[in-house]
Every structure is written in structure tokens, then in C-alpha cells.
Ligand binder design. Structure first.
Ligand code: URA
Length: 224
């Protein structure tokens, strides 16, 4: 296994510095709510409930629904924003360039992708990789909530501003939230570590050091 410090030095040497991209996030809708799902007993039940979803306009442009992948009983869960082109083609989360970086982050923590659970705020690709809209998030959130209820992770890492905004139900800037454990808005027992999205790290490699600091805090919590 590559040790974290060794990994960090590889990271440091790997990238070019480019300006961060400004976010156009809107305030979260107060109407975001979960459907009652006591009848769901497993992740497969959640996936069946999602079905060939047509609840929002993303169904008209998607290729494959990207439900989520990994250990159904993971202690650690990662939540991203929404599928990109590679994920839309394969039906799996985080398999493109950002996904490869996420795999490296997970491995640098001493884990494998099979040991954690990975999901997204929206399960279908927004066209041209635009930000998911409020209606799309609202329609999809019950399924993420149901996934979280089944997996029962102790810690969730929110990757990027969209995931952080939805999981905390606040509009607080990511820079003010990362570096300290927060909690999931509807379940204060689940600790939440907001951090930068791997796609942002590809554009802004110097931010990797913050993600590494955040992942060290997560690692310390589990003592694995
Ligand atoms: N970006 C995300 O937020 N999720 C993915 O699955 C892939 C890229």
C-alpha cells in the first residue's frame, strides 16, 4: 500500500496550477424532503424503487442511471454531484478522470473502492455536465437518503459544493465547512466531512493538500 505521505508527494509533483472555477450554486430549496421509505429493506429495494426513473427531465438525455457502487454496509461513504459522460456510459459512479483521482484518494487512505460506498446527489447525467437543478435534486434526494439509510455509514465525505450544500442543507461556502466534521442535516448521528471535488482538484492541484488534511481527519476517526 502506498503510504499517505508518499502519496502526497506524488500528488504535489503531479499537477499544474490553474485558477479555481467559480461556482454558480443557488440556495438550497426549503422544499427538499424525503419520501417515507420504511418498506425498503436493502439497497436492491432502493434500486428497484428508483426503477427506470422518469421523475425529472434528466431521464430524457441520460444513457444509464448511475445508482451507486461499493460495500452495502460501508462505514465510509463518498457522495459526489452527478454522473459525467464516462459514468453515464458505464452506469457506475466516478469511473472517469475525476473517479481515478478519487480511487487514488481512497487507496491513499488505506482502503479500496470495494470497502466504501460511492453515490451521487443526482443519478442521471446533467447535459453538458451542467450543475444539477433544484427540481432534479429534489426528485433524486429521496433515493440518496434511502441509500444512506440502508448503508448506515458512520462518516460521509461530501465531494464538492453541491454534495455539501445538499447534505448540510446550508449555503455555507465549502471553504468554511471543510477541515471540521459537520453532520448530515437529517441525521446528526452521521458525521460529514465536506471536501473539494476530485474534478476541482484536477483543475486546481494545489487544493489536494486540503483534501489530504480532510481525509487524514476521517482516517483518524476510524483508526484503520
Ligand atoms: N463527478 C461526480 O460528481 N460524480 C461522478 O460519478 C463522476 C464525476
Amino acid at each position: 500500500m502506498v503510504q499517505f505521505d508518499e502519496y502526497w508527494s506524488i500528488w504535489k509533483e503531479s499537477g499544474v496550477d490553474v485558477a479555481p472555477v467559480k461556482s454558480k450554486q443557488k440556495k438550497p430549496s426549503p422544499r427538499i424532503s424525503a419520501e417515507q421509505t420504511p418498506h425498503l429493506k436493502s439497497l436492491s429495494d432502493v434500486e428497484s424503487w428508483l426503477g427506470e426513473c422518469q421523475r425529472c427531465p434528466l431521464c430524457t438525455t441520460r444513457n444509464k442511471i448511475v445508482f451507486g457502487s461499493g460495500n452495502p454496509k460501508a462505514r465510509l461513504m463518498f457522495v459526489g454531484e452527478g454522473p459525467g459522460a464516462d459514468e453515464d456510459n458505464q452506469g457506475l459512479p466516478f469511473v472517469g478522470r475525476a473517479g481515478q483521482l478519487l480511487s487514488k484518494i481512497i487507496e491513499a487512505m488505506g482502503l479500496t473502492r470495494d470497502e466504501v460506498y460511492i453515490a451521487n446527489i443526482v443519478k442521471c447525467r446533467p447535459p453538458s455536465n451542467r450543475l444539477p437543478e433544484e427540481e432534479e435534486i429534489e426528485k433524486c434526494l429521496p433515493f440518496l437518503r434511502a441509500q444512506i439509510a440502508q448503508v448506515k455509514p458512520e462518516v460521509i465525505v461530501a465531494l464538492g459544493l453541491t454534495a455539501t450544500r445538499v447534505l448540510t442543507q446550508t449555503d455555507t461556502p465549502l471553504a468554511n465547512l471543510r477541515g471540521r466534521f459537520q453532520s448530515v442535516a437529517w441525521n446528526p448521528q452521521i458525521e460529514l466531512m465536506p471536501t473539494y471535488h476530485p474534478a476541482y482538484l484536477l483543475r486546481n492541484p494545489p487544493a489536494k493538500k486540503f483534501v489530504w488534511e480532510d481525509m487524514k481527519l476521517v482516517k483518524e476517526k476510524f483508526k484503520f
